[in-house]
Design a protein around this ligand. Structure first.
Ligand SMILES: Nc1nc2c(ncn2[C@@H]2O[C@H](COP(=O)(O)OP(=O)(O)OP(=O)(O)O)[C@@H](O)[C@H]2O)c(=O)[nH]1
Ligand SMILES: [Mg+2]
Ligand SMILES: [Zn+2]
Length: 295
């Protein structure tokens, strides 16, 4: 679907084969793209897309269907907001870190928003405090809210104002519920997570961009289960951990992976408590999942 400057919406299709950026992606056009189009049928409100404007930026992940292809999640973004929950469903720190790494790799500022704070018991309150401190210290904004109880949402809206923002996160974290709160007339489909199995349940099935009533745009996306990192080598991974990036030049070896190498400034910082142990562990876990490619 294409929206024009007057906010008319058209159904559109792509003319012929378009190759963009020389990357192999499963979707040649992504939400956020600005396109050139020709009227196909005025009465039926249909367009033919003939070109895509150069992207300011984009964010991609490994296609869940084919690990050799990229899937462009969205383009022309000012920031991305990860919606996370500590309960129903639970978002793991590993998943949060993979999201942050992806955002760093594509140079897009990331914000973490914890939703469903109304469900917190003592255990979750403590967990939130810990994660909040851990991420804020290294420079990420962290917010907490409940869409259900309408708490904490003003601070989130404040950050969205006049920006183009991507909303991402697991299925069931409340992305569409949040957007529904902003546009009560919209009635996007949301789904109850009671009896949620964690598998195959996606209420939102395609990404869609909305104009915010207070200025800016927001993109709702289908929930993602796993976030496959695109084209990041073992050697590069620590560059996408801001707290490690600052220390890398102090390592004795310039190809240090910060595991067992002597004179490693990153490991020293972890042992001295300057790098959070949980972040270091997530680094090690993600490092292990990166395949060494031979060319
Ligand atoms: N307790 C509680 N439930 C919430 C809150 N926000 C949303 N929910 C519920 O969580 C469920 C899932 O919400 P959705 O908005 O469909 O989640 P989504 O992130 O859009 O999911 P996908 O479209 O599958 O990616 C719904 O039953 C919502 O009512 C909240 O703050 N607290
Ligand atoms: Mg949804
Ligand atoms: Zn090192």
């Amino acid at each position: 679907m294409v929206k024009d400057a007057e906010r008319n919406i058209y159904n559109a299709r792509i003319k012929g084969v378009m190759k963009i950026d020389g990357i192999t992606s499963t979707n040649p056009i992504a939400v956020g793209d600005r396109v050139e189009a020709e009227m196909e049928n005025e009465g039926e409100h249909t367009l033919t897309i003939s070109g895509i404007e150069e992207r300011k930026n984009y964010i991609a992940r490994v296609s869940p269907h084919n690990k050799n292809q990229h899937h462009i999640i969205a383009s022309n973004l000012d920031q991305c907001m990860l919606f996370a929950t500590l309960k129903d469903p639970k978002t793991s720190q590993g998943f949060i870190d993979r999201f942050l790494i992806t955002a760093e790799a594509y140079h897009i500022p990331a914000i973490i928003v914890f939703n469903k704070e109304d469900l917190y018991k003592k255990k979750e309150v403590e967990k939130f405090r810990e994660l909040n401190t851990m991420y804020e210290i290294i420079g990420y904004k962290v917010l907490s809210m409940s869409v259900e109880k309408n708490t904490g949402m003003e601070d989130v809206n404040e950050l969205l104002k006049d920006k183009v923002s991507l909303l991402s996160g697991h299925s069931g974290v409340g992305k569409s519920s949040f957007i529904n709160m902003l546009f009560p007339e919209l009635l996007l489909r949301t789904q109850d997570v009671s009896g949620w199995s964690g598998k195959g349940l996606h209420t939102t099935t395609f990404a869609e961009m909305f104009d915010l009533p207070f200025g800016g745009k927001i993109i709702d996306t289908p929930g993602i289960r796993e976030l496959g990192l695109v084209d990041i080598s073992k050697q590069e991974l620590s560059h996408f951990y801001p707290e490690m990036r600052a220390l890398i030049n102090d390592c004795q070896f310039n190809n240090c992976l910060h595991i067992n190498e002597p004179g490693c400034a990153v490991k020293d910082a972890m042992l001295n408590g300057k790098i959070h142990l949980e972040r270091y562990i997530s680094y090690c876990n993600i490092l292990e999942t990166i395949e060494v490619r031979s060319y």
